[in-house]
Design a protein around this ligand. Structure first.
Ligand code: PLP
Length: 385
């Protein structure tokens, strides 16, 4: 398969021949567009790194310093955050880093700023720290703008953490430098920790630019824990690898302590893949995937946007648009109806916060032919309502 074709290569037959939850969950006549994993085979460069690692028998206890060194290089060059090798910690994915960030910043009763809508895993970890979520609303009518005035109004002496997701799942926004600066000023003023999930940093559509909040100045850098992974760009969630970094030595030490005995970084195989995934060798992949996603975004927005009662927001980042359906059904009812009637599996936005109600999440990281077929079926089903 040529490198150009790989992103448009998914067929139901191909994806069902690869073991994966997205395609395994539903019967064979269903097109699955629910979980945020891309329909694309694993990159040959990653496969080679894994095979080489097995051939070298890299499975003993082995230091992770060389991997952290490579990741620190990427964080300096791409994210413009001045970290050293020892400022980087490996972890099994972005989700576990969220737990560590909350554990670091919060004592029972502390308040945490969380967007509404939000990535559901974030609020899910707050009860473990007995921390209280405080909603910072992103309004669809306002283009999901990150309103710093609204943020100031909900900050109290008990606010210890602001959770950011940039690019934002599910709102599909890529935060502008001005928005980030405003949040950074508020955090520095109140000495509030920022936990930023930048897992979607590669999935940014034309006209937008990803900026890491920790790159803005040394003060905000020392208050910020940044976290990254590979599951969205490369479809390697099964390798269970992510990494996080901060220029604040005390913060990293505290998290290493909290992680002792519970999490030990990632496997030697995951590390081998990580070293390749952040290298320039994969620049063609990052570019090719974005070129392709512009096409599937256009198909989805044109088809859904033409249905009365459906609002399709302009997706700036991520490949999970979050359209609003005003068709007299709740999100759960609509999910069930589309599954039954169209045989397409999409996700209810109900779990994404109060503002997620009436919304659905649709994964557009698939081939044009599967995207078209799914849209044909969904549009026909909705026309019967
Ligand atoms: C915003 C966000 N953070 C974290 C995750 C999970 O990441 P990982 O697989 O690296 O744990 C997801 C998965 O969809 C996500 O969308």
């Amino acid at each position: 398969m040529s490198k150009e074709n790989i992103f448009n290569s998914a067929t139901a037959e191909l994806m069902r021949s690869i073991p994966n939850l997205k395609w395994d969950r539903y019967p064979d006549d269903v097109i699955p567009m629910w979980i945020a994993a891309p329909d694309v085979p694993i990159a040959p460069e990653i496969m080679k790194a894994l095979h080489d690692s097995v051939d070298e028998m890299d499975m003993y206890y082995n230091a992770d310093k060389s991997t952290r060194e490579v990741l620190a290089g990427k964080i300096n060059e791409f994210n413009k955050i001045p970290v050293d090798t020892d400022d980087v910690m490996l972890i099994q994915g972005v989700d576990p880093s969220i737990w560590l960030g909350v554990k670091y910043a919060c004592k029972p009763g502390d308040e945490v700023i969380v967007n509404d809508p939000t990535y559901h895993a974030f609020t899910a970890v707050l009860p473990a720290a007995e921390a209280k979520p405080v909603s910072w609303v992103l309004d669809r009518e306002d283009g999901y703008k990150f309103d710093s005035e609204a943020l100031k109004e909900i900050i109290t002496p008990r606010t210890k953490l602001i959770y950011l997701c940039n690019p934002h799942n599910p709102a599909g926004r890529v935060m502008t430098k001005e928005e980030l600066k405003a949040v950074a000023d508020i955090a520095v003023d109140g000495k509030i920790t920022i936990m930023v999930d930048e897992l979607w940093e590669d999935i940014v559509f034309k006209g937008n630019k990803h900026v890491s909040i920790a790159s803005l100045n040394p003060e905000i850098s020392d208050l910020t824990l940044s976290s990254w992974g590979f599951s969205k760009t490369f479809g390697v969630a099964g390798l269970q690898i992510g990494y996080m970094a901060t220029t604040n030595k005390e913060m990293l030490e505290s998290m290493q302590k909290a992680a002792t005995g519970v999490q030990r970084g990632t496997s030697t195989l995951g590390r081998a893949a990580a070293r390749v995934m952040v290298s320039n060798e994969m620049d063609y992949w990052r570019k090719g995937m974005m070129d392709h996603l512009h096409k599937t975004r256009a198909i989805c927005s044109k088809r859904l946007g033409s249905i009365p009662g459906v609002e399709f927001p302009m997706l700036e980042g991520t490949y999970v648009p979050f359209p609003k359906f005003d068709l007299g059904l709740t999100s759960d009812e609509l999910q069930e109806y589309i599954l039954k009637e169209a045989r397409v599996a999409i996700s209810s936005g109900k779990g994404d916060g109060e503002k997620g109600k009436g919304h659905m999440r649709i994964n557009i990281a698939t081939s044009e032919s599967l995207m078209n077929e799914a849209m044909d079926r969904v549009v026909e089903a909705l026309s019967k309502l």
